[in-house]
Every structure is written in C-alpha cells, then in structure tokens.
Design a protein around this ligand. Structure first.
Ligand SMILES: [Fe+2]
Length: 207
C-alpha cells in the first residue's frame, strides 16, 4: 500500500534514527523530513484516513523491526479529544488535514506527584505544520480536533508507540493512570495496514 514517497520517507527516517544518538537532534531532523513529505503533496492511502464516531484512531504505517521507532497515522473525527497524556519517548507530529489544538503541560517531577499540572501554553496546528511534540523530559499534552473536518496527523515516535506504557493525567489533581494505546486496524473490508503488532482493542485511546 505504500507509495514510493512513503517508502523513501521510511528509509530516510530509519537512517536518521540509527545514525543519531541525541533525541533533540533526531526530532529536529525528522521534523524537517516530515515537513518535506507534507509539502510534497503526499497522499495517504484512504484506508488509513477513516475516522470513527467512537474515538480517535491510531493506524500503524510502519513499525521498525526492532521497535526503535514507529510511524502512525492518527485520525480524530471532529470534536474528538485525548486526555492529558505522556508519551515517554520522543515524537514528531505533522498535520495532514484538519486542525489540531494542542494544550501542553510541564512534565511533573517525582516530587510533584499528586499536585495540579502546570500549563505550558496552547497552539493550533494546521495542514502542513510539524511540531516536535515530545522529548523524554517534555512530553505531556492534550489534543482536540477543532474545525469542521476530521483532523489527520502523521506522527513519528522513538519507539513502538502502540505498545508503550504511558501516563494519563488528571490535570486538576495530578493523579496518574497508566495505559497502553494499542494500534487500530482499518475498517472491515479494507486491506490491513500492517500484519504485525496490531492490537485492535486499545486499553485507552490516546496518541
Ligand atoms: Fe500525544
């Protein structure tokens, strides 16, 4: 299902991930590469752009054989939102269509357990824009799909994001719940995106 453009993107990101140690440098260069993919007019396969009325979906586009990184297509129907959550790994997010409102929080230190989270600003992201959403010391946010069409993001993560234990926060109290998002499969009748590591039954959806 991949186009040559996505194959080239995957090859390039694999090279960056294997060749750079510093996560700040990796995310900078992956963000530049993702910006070029979006600017090129790349079109996602339609089977990974289908929203659900129940919750937003995480479709896997590529999972590195050693789980060192993954490429996800995240689809929110209009108005859908995530809880405040962490990622625990680096991540880069680009907007393929629609508009995303991101509200960021300072990542609580161990000594801040059970204290309200500290807001760190909010921003709207639109088609073609790319953000470094996460490094391991700064990775807490919530996302809402605003606008009048589904919001679709192409995300690169420094691990297999569908299988990593992550935190969901109550920002008012700092209370934490751990979750694993899993991966989603395309709707029935559409071809599978990947044949490995796909778990269609997430414990708690997030991205
Ligand atoms: Fe996120």
């Amino acid at each position: 299902m991949r186009t040559e453009t996505l194959d080239t993107f995957i090859t390039d990101v694999a090279s960056l991930v294997s060749g750079i140690d510093d996560e700040h440098e990796i995310t900078k260069q992956v963000a530049d590469r993702l910006s070029r993919l979006l600017a090129s007019g790349y079109r996602l396969p339609p089977e990974v752009t289908q929203p659900s009325n129940e919750r937003h979906l995480n479709y896997p586009l590529h999972i590195a054989p050693d789980d060192s990184w993954s490429l996800a297509c995240v689809v929110w129907n209009t108005g859908q939102r995530t809880p405040v959550h962490s990622h625990e790994i680096w991540g880069v997010a680009g907007i393929y269509s629609g508009v995303e409102r991101e509200v960021r929080y300072v990542k609580p230190a161990v000594s801040d357990a059970d204290k309200p989270l500290t807001p760190a600003g909010e921003q709207d992201w639109k088609r073609g824009q790319v953000a470094v959403c996460c490094t391991t010391d700064d990775d807490v946010h919530a996302v809402t799909a605003i606008g009048d069409e589904p919001t679709i993001g192409i995300h690169v993560y420094g691990g297999n994001i569908g299988t990593i234990s992550r935190r969901s926060y109550d920002p008012a109290t700092g209370a934490v719940q751990w979750f694993v998002s899993g991966w989603d499969s395309p709707p029935a009748g559409m071809p599978p995106v990947l044949d490995r590591n796909v778990r269609p039954d997430p414990v708690q959806p997030s991205r």
